[in-house]
Each structure stands twice: as C-alpha cells, then as structure tokens.
Ligand binder design. Structure first.
Ligand SMILES: *[C@@H]1O[C@H](CO)[C@@H](O)[C@H](O)[C@H]1NC(C)=O
Ligand SMILES: *[C@@H]1O[C@H](CO)[C@@H](O)[C@H](O)[C@H]1NC(C)=O
Ligand SMILES: *[C@@H]1O[C@H](CO)[C@@H](O)[C@H](O)[C@H]1NC(C)=O
Ligand SMILES: *[C@@H]1O[C@H](CO)[C@@H](O)[C@H](O)[C@H]1NC(C)=O
Ligand SMILES: *[C@@H]1O[C@H](CO)[C@@H](O)[C@H](O)[C@H]1NC(C)=O
Ligand SMILES: *[C@@H]1O[C@H](CO)[C@@H](O)[C@H](O)[C@H]1NC(C)=O
Ligand SMILES: *[C@@H]1O[C@H](CO)[C@@H](O)[C@H](O)[C@H]1NC(C)=O
Ligand SMILES: *[C@@H]1O[C@H](CO)[C@@H](O)[C@H](O)[C@H]1NC(C)=O
Length: 627
C-alpha cells in the first residue's frame, strides 16, 4: 500500500532533529464484509493523520458527539458515502483526517440500509479508558432509533481522495469512468511511458478545454509508480472530461480518456466520449504545465516546469551519495546506464593504478559536489530560469554520468580491497552560474589531463583498466563541450584536451577546491606547490592574443633568477619552455592557442612526466588567445 508520508529526506538534518515525525494510521472500514472499523479505537496525537479505506457495501465515516452516537456533530467531519464492490480490496477512494488535539473523537458509519451505526459500526480516537468508553458509546449507538448523515452528503473536515492510475494497464486511466463527490481530490498517479492528463470538453475530446481547464503536462517516467502525482479537486457535480495528449501513439484516439460524473444516459455518456475521441484530430496540450492542479514528485511540489514536460525520474535537490554506495536508480536512468557489468579484472592491480584510481575518485568527488550543487540550482533552485530545460537536463545527465564514473573507480578499488578516499570538505565557487561553469570546466579538464597522462602507463601494467578509462575520457570531453556552450556569453575558447601529470593535477585541485581531507593518496607529494597568480598580461596589438605573462607565487624570491622557466603545456602533448625574467615575466610561445596549463620549473627541456620533479609553482590554467 502506498505510503502517504512526506519526504523527510528533503529537510536539513538540523531541522530534522527538532521534529518529531507525525504518525500515520490506517483504518479499514467494513473489511471482510463486517460492520466494523478496524481498529475500532486508536490513540493519536496532534499532527497525526488517519486514513480510512473502504471495503464492501457503501460505508461512511461521520463524526458525532459521545451522547448522540448516530447523528452528525455540528462542525464535525464526514467522509461522504464510498461504495466498494469488494470485501477484501479497498475502494480507490480514501478519507484522511488530521488530528488537531487529543480530545476524544467519536465516529460512526451513517449507512441506514442495515443500520450500520446501531449494529456497532462505531469508532473512536483517544477514547477514555473509563467513563465514556468505546463500549459505552457502542451501547448508546445500539439504542439510537435512526442514524443520519449531513444534509448535503458532501465530504467535509478532511481529505477525500480518489486514486487514479495513469497508464498502469496500457493506454488507460484506472478507473476512467468516475463517479465522485464534489470536493474530492482526484490523484492521478503516473506510470511508465510519457502520459498527461488534460481537461477537454465533451465535443472536442483530444483538445484542451478553453478558458481554464487542468493540465498535468507530460510526465515521462520509467518507474512504476513514478512517485509523480497530479491532484485536482472536483469543484461541483458538472461532468468533467479529460484525455492523455500524447501524440506519439495517439493515446487519446486509442481510448486514453476519462470522465468524472458523466451523464449515465442521453447523448453525452462516457461511451459516447470514447467514440468521439476515436475519430478526433491529433491531440494538443497547453504550452505550460501544470495548470489548475498540483504536480508533486515524491512529496515535492513542482510549481512549474519549462514547457509542458517534466521528467519525473529526475532527482530533485539530491546530495551526492557517499562513495562506494550503489548509484540510485533514478540517477543511473539519467546517465543512460550504470557502471560496467564486466570489468575483466586481472588477478592483481599495480600500485600506480591504485594511486591513480584514488586520485580519480578524489577528483570525481569534487566534480560531483560542484555538478550536484549546480544542477540543483539550475533544476529547481535559484538559477531555475537561467537555461532552457534541455540544457538543465543535460547537466543532470552529466551529474549522473559523473556518479557512474566514480562508481566505476570505487568498484575497482573495492574489488582489490584498496581504501576509498573519505569525503573532503570543500571550498567551492558555485555562488553564480559562471563560477559554477568555470569550476566544472576546470575539473573536467583536470580529469581529462590526468586520464591522458596515466593511460600510457596503465596500458602496460593494468590493461583491463584501459577500456574503462577511454570511455570516461570520451564522456568527460563531451561534458566540457556542453559546459563550454553554456559559457558562450563569455569569451571562452573551446576546451582542449591537455595532458597534466597526476601530481600537478592533485596539487591544483587541492589548492583550489579543498579545505581538508581525511585521507592521503598514495603516490601524491606531501604538500601542494604554491598557486600561480597572473599579475600582468601583454597583448598583441588589436588584442586577442597574449604575448607575455607576469607571474607571482607565494614563495617567490624577489627575483626568480636565471634558472627559472615557465613550462607551457598545450594540446597534442605540446610542451614548451620560456625563461622567466627577473620581474617574473615570460613570453608565450607563438604556437599555443586557447587553454594552456603553465608551471614554473627550475629546469627546461624535461619530459612532461618529469615536470613534477622540477616544479616550483603551479600549475595554473591560462588563456593565451581569445576565440
Ligand atoms: C471492483 O472495483 C475495482 C476498482 O474499484 C475494479 O477494478 C473492478 O473491476 C471492480 N469489479 C467489479 C466486479 O465490478
Ligand atoms: C432521528 O432520531 C433523532 C433522535 O435520536 C431525532 O431527533 C431525529 O429527528 C430523527 N431523525 C429522523 C430523520 O428520523
Ligand atoms: C483539524 O483542523 C482543520 C482546520 O481547521 C479542520 O479542517 C479539520 O476538520 C480538523 N480535524 C478534525 C479531526 O477535527
Ligand atoms: C514526452 O512527450 C512529449 C510530447 O510528445 C515530448 O515533447 C517529450 O520529449 C517526451 N519526453 C520523453 C522523455 O520522452
Ligand atoms: C438519466 O440520467 C440522469 C442524470 O444523469 C438521472 O437522474 C436519471 O435517473 C437517468 N435516467 C435513467 C432512465 O437512467
Ligand atoms: C460509466 O459509469 C456509469 C455510472 O456508474 C455506468 O452507468 C456506465 O455503464 C459506465 N460506462 C462504462 C462504459 O463503463
Ligand atoms: C520516487 O519514489 C519512488 C519509490 O520509492 C522511486 O522509485 C523513484 O525513483 C522516486 N523518484 C525520484 C525522482 O526520486
Ligand atoms: C531546491 O533547493 C533550493 C535551494 O535550497 C530551493 O530554493 C528550491 O525550492 C528547492 N526545490 C525543490 C523543488 O524542492
């Protein structure tokens, strides 16, 4: 049975600590054909909720006073009558009340056919254990000559809710031909495929009702039930007509339509509506959603989504799952699949590969934190209007893929019983979209740089790791392209895949993103190199190309001396050195464009892999030419 509890995981832990979660009770009404409430009594406190589910016959729940058992209490609650055709399967309509105080609540079933109240179909919440007990109430009820319901027979004082499954058994609403009381909440629950619930009039079955009908929008999902709900309230007794507007597969025309309180005779019956829909022109949907009703996904209200499509499976405001845990299904769905099912692990792993995997996990952890923060803000937070939904969805799937990449790494470490890196505390610059994009791009380029650097070494000692890593380079390169596209209002050159020696990448990430980490990574230096700051830039006439940079770093001597050089790391394995002048200025080699990593070194002419052994400061990423 579905849980009605709200999603507490969305609340901060500090807030959770101060909340005592409200309890939820379920009461079966007439189960097994018996004239009783089960449980007959219960003890509840303020804020608790009680849901009544109806079996067999046609029952109700009505509040009375203790002294007048089968008569409605003025201002009390009434569920409305709820027919059910089964004594062991509850009707799709439920009744839920919220407990406002701990005074006794007395209730009965007001069905007069069979004298339910007099026959003992009574119920109490917080009944005294002596004096006015449930037994005393039942005895009083038995002596009451008649029982009555509120005059208008309409639900009051609680929530009457009809559950309708959307697309559970093919192209249908279940139930579809609905008879319900005004004030009832109709809760449409979305199942797989890509459905919608849109109000029409009788005459135009597959077109939105003009002048304010409801629309859920399209809710694609692969999960059943998805957790996505669309709630509307029945305003009056007039007929309501609705349809699914999905054109791929002509859902409306194929009979995916429904009615609420359709006439049972004459020309405008449900059957007639189905027949009209079968011949209707292609369906349409209002451009915006949701309209009139409320969409929630697992308890979170979605006020609006871009256009009329909501991906119900997109996790909302999630935090990064801890390393070593399974990728949650919603995320692996977004990533287009989980980690490899077959790694072809070798019997052993080299120490260099362990060190490299730990470094990758460390970088993935930072990247995930940045991407999740950004995605939450773009998807449902402060930047929700900054980009079209398709772009936001792409960031979502990038986040999901990064999660799968990290799972790949932690799977490998765990397989060889090597320690995972504990979660670090971060200093992240994600307070505006541009900073978020720059941090994402830098981290992606660092990872690509490291993957490129170590792939040659890995190929010799741990060949099974190569396919895993090559796939990752491809995915991460695509991600840089997306981030770069999102930066297009900035003067940003296309990202280039530049190799970066692993220790330098570790140093850069630690300096720029880390406050502290619980663990060290095998093979990384004991401390980071000083960060490089660009204090001056010379540009070629006409701008666009940087010809020289002036650099500064923490431990810089007043004059760096003749034996300092800048190493320029460009794409295609390009590595060039230019001398660093006494004032800290170095000429940019003429062959370099776009993004370049620079390192200050004590020796020129060394190989890329040997740079860490001669590094004085850096690395830093610089632009040497604008697009
Ligand atoms: C009883 O009601 C359920 C849902 O309320 C419906 O699925 C089922 O077809 C009904 N059975 C009969 C025999 O009417
Ligand atoms: C039902 O009985 C109550 C007294 O128990 C009486 O006041 C009321 O008028 C009766 N109602 C009907 C509809 O007979
Ligand atoms: C609790 O208070 C709400 C709001 O006033 C009211 O609608 C509801 O009927 C009350 N619940 C009960 C069980 O009386
Ligand atoms: C859902 O259907 C709508 C309308 O046909 C379409 O625009 C949207 O792309 C679909 N979404 C998915 C994930 O299939
Ligand atoms: C026709 O429908 C109306 C309202 O829907 C109802 O009041 C009436 O009893 C129905 N007549 C027959 C013969 O079913
Ligand atoms: C729709 O519901 C009405 C009222 O319950 C019933 O008379 C009618 O036969 C139903 N039509 C279909 C097609 O189920
Ligand atoms: C909502 O909850 C269901 C059931 O627990 C789960 O399968 C689904 O993935 C959740 N949806 C989201 C977006 O978290
Ligand atoms: C997500 O979190 C942001 C920031 O905390 C908040 O403004 C937003 O309303 C949340 N969105 C949802 C759908 O919970």
């Amino acid at each position: 049975m579905r849980s009605l509890a709200t999603s507490w995981s969305l609340l901060p832990v500090s807030l959770l600590a101060s909340i005592t979660q409200a309890a939820h009770f379920e009461v079966a009404v007439g189960k097994g054909g018996q004239l009783r409430f089960d449980p007959e009594t219960l003890d509840a406190t303020v804020g608790d909720t009680v849901t009544y589910r109806f079996f067999a016959k046609k029952h109700s729940v009505v509040q009375s006073s203790f002294t007048q058992p089968c008569q409605p209490l003025t201002g009390g609650f009434f569920s409305g009558f709820t027919p059910s055709n089964s004594s062991d399967t509850p009707a799709p309509t439920t009744w839920t009340i919220t407990i406002n105080d701990t005074k006794p609540i007395w209730a009965y079933c007001s069905q007069t056919v069979g004298n339910h109240c007099q026959s003992g179909m009574v119920h109490a919440i917080n009944a005294p254990k002596s004096g006015n007990t449930i037994d005393a109430y039942r005895e009083l009820a038995a002596q009451t000559p008649n029982s009555t319901s509120p005059a208008d027979l309409l639900p009051v004082g609680g929530v009457r809710k009809l559950h309708v499954d959307v697309g559970l058994d093919g192209l249908t609403f279940t139930p579809s031909n609905i008879t319900e009381l005004p004030r009832t909440v109709v809760e449409f629950s979305f199942n797989p495929k890509n459905h919608s619930v849109v109000q029409s009039n009788f005459a135009n079955p597959c077109q939105p009702l003009e002048g304010g009908g409801f629309s859920s929008g399209f809710i694609p999902t692969a999960v059943s039930p998805s957790g996505a709900l669309f709630d509307i309230v029945i305003p009056d007794t007039k007929p309501i007509w609705f349809y699914c507007a999905q054109t791929a597969g002509t859902h409306c025309q194929k009979g995916m339509v429904g009615s609420i309180n359709a006439p049972t005779n004459g020309t405008n019956t449900f059957e007639a509506f189905v027949a009209l829909a079968a011949k209707a022109p292609p369906s349409t949907i209002p451009p915006k959603a949701p309209l009139v009703g409320t969409v929630t996904v697992n308890g979170t209200i979605i006020n609006s989504f871009n256009g009329a499509v909501l991906n119900a499976d997109a996790p909302i405001n999630s935090t990064v799952p801890p390393p070593g845990t399974d990728v949650p299904p919603a995320w692996s769905g977004m990533a287009g699949g989980g980690q490899p099912s077959q790694y072809n692990w070798a019997p052993d792993i080299s120490p260099a590969a362990v060190s490299f995997l730990q470094l990758l996990q460390f970088l993935d952890d930072i990247l995930l934190e940045v991407l999740f923060q950004g995605y939450n803000k773009l998807h449902a937070g402060a930047w929700a209007a900054a980009y079209p939904k398709s772009i936001v969805d792409t960031i979502g799937s990038m986040s999901a893929q990064a999660l799968v990449h990290r799972a790949t790494v932690t799977d490998c470490l765990a397989h060889y019983k090597k320690p995972l890196q504990g979660t670090c505390s971060y200093v992240l610059q994600t307070d505006n979209v541009d900073a978020f994009l720059q941090a994402s791009l830098t981290l992606l380029l660092l990872e690509i740089g490291v993957l490129t650097d170590v792939s040659a070494g890995i190929a010799a000692a741990d060949p099974w790791l190569v396919p895993v890593l090559i796939t990752e380079v491809g995915a991460k390169s695509r991600m840089t392209a997306v981030v770069n596209m999102m930066q297009n209002h900035l003067a940003a050159a296309a990202p280039r895949e530049v190799m970066i020696p692993a220790p330098l990448a570790w140093s850069y990430a630690t300096r720029h993103f880390i406050q502290s980490c619980p663990d060290t990574i095998q093979g990384m230096p004991e401390r980071t190199w000083p960060a490089l700051t660009v204090t001056g830039k010379q540009e070629a006439p006409g701008g666009g190309r940087t010809t020289a940079l002036t650099l500064k770093w923490d431990t810089m001597a007043s004059s760096p001396g003749a034996d300092s050089f800048v190493a320029w790391i460009g794409p295609w394995g390009d590595l060039e050195f230019t001398p660093l002048g006494a004032d800290g200025t170095a000429t940019v080699p003429g062959s370099l464009y776009g993004h370049v990593w620079i390192v200050v070194v004590s020796k020129s002419g060394v190989k890329l892999q040997d740079l860490p052994s001669v590094t004085i400061a850096g690395p830093e990423m610089v632009w040497v030419s604008q697009p």
